[in-house]
Write a protein that binds this ligand. Structure first.
Ligand code: MD3
Ligand code: FE
Length: 223
């Protein structure tokens, strides 16, 4: 279904919800392309299997992760970083599928960020009970670029605070097809995901998949 028809089916304030300055929730923005996204995700996972990464603090993440694009986010006992090769097999991450780039660019533009062309997509898979503790995304050199996140499958309770860890986090329910664009004053906000509740989603089954599009490179240093 074309996006303008979808917009017409919802009151305008429901289609785009500002969560905080620079953070916009686009309700259902990816819903009509869910089957294409899932097919592309499965193809990436075949080449670069999901794995539970180690944190620098010695924990194993409950979320299973892989990447596509020219850079992938990795975590191990040495720290967090972006890498051009998948450390598990020493080969480049799978290319970013065209439907991923298209979705991320359109979502960013809708939220006011033109020309967003992410080099990296992190694929996080949550089974019931998996969670993501409160953290900041600050491994990227270019903090002027937004982050676009796409939620698929089971609903999740998302925690969204401020750049100050002590500030109380707000809770938002993110459902299948929701897209959030985080930038500007929200780019360094603390955020996390509550333990996933059990359930069954019609297309994805007993899991949630989150795509996180990032532009980790320093655009000024490249030019
Ligand atoms: C808010 N993933 O991988 S994406 C992560 O649902 C991560 O898997 C979550 O946080 C997930 O780092 C949430 C949404 C997100 C990403 C980056 C943000 C929210 C953000 C940066 C600043 C503020
Ligand atoms: Fe994050």
């Amino acid at each position: 279904m074309p996006q303008d028809l979808f917009d017409a089916a919802l009151p305008p304030e429901a289609a785009h919800q500002q969560l905080a300055p620079g953070a916009v929730l686009l309700h259902g923005f990816a819903r009509d392309m869910d089957a294409a996204l899932l097919q592309a995700i499965e193809a990436v996972i075949t080449q670069a299997p999901l794995r539970h990464m180690q944190t620098p603090g010695g924990y194993t993440m409950s979320v299973a992760t892989t990447n596509c694009g020219s850079l992938g986010w990795v975590s191990d006992s040495h720290g967090y970083r972006y890498a051009v090769l998948d450390p598990q097999n020493g080969t480049p991450w799978p290319a970013m599928p065209a439907c991923f780039l298209d979705l991320a660019g359109r979502a960013a533009a809708k939220a006011g960020y033109d020309h967003f062309a992410p080099e990296s997509c992190l694929i996080n898979t949550y089974l019931p009970g998996a969670k993501l503790s409160l953290h900041q995304d600050k491994d990227e050199k270019d903090l002027s670029a937004p982050i676009v996140s796409v939620s698929l499958g089971l609903p999740a309770v998302f925690l969204f605070g401020t750049p100050n860890r002590k500030d109380r986090a707000q809770r938002y329910r993110l459902v299948h097809g929701d897209v959030v664009v985080w930038g500007g004053p929200s780019r360094l906000a603390f955020h996390g995901v509550m333990p996933l509740a059990d359930g069954a989603h019609a297309l994805l089954g007993r899991r949630r998949i989150n795509l996180t599009f990032r532009s980790p490179l320093d655009k000024l240093a490249q030019s």
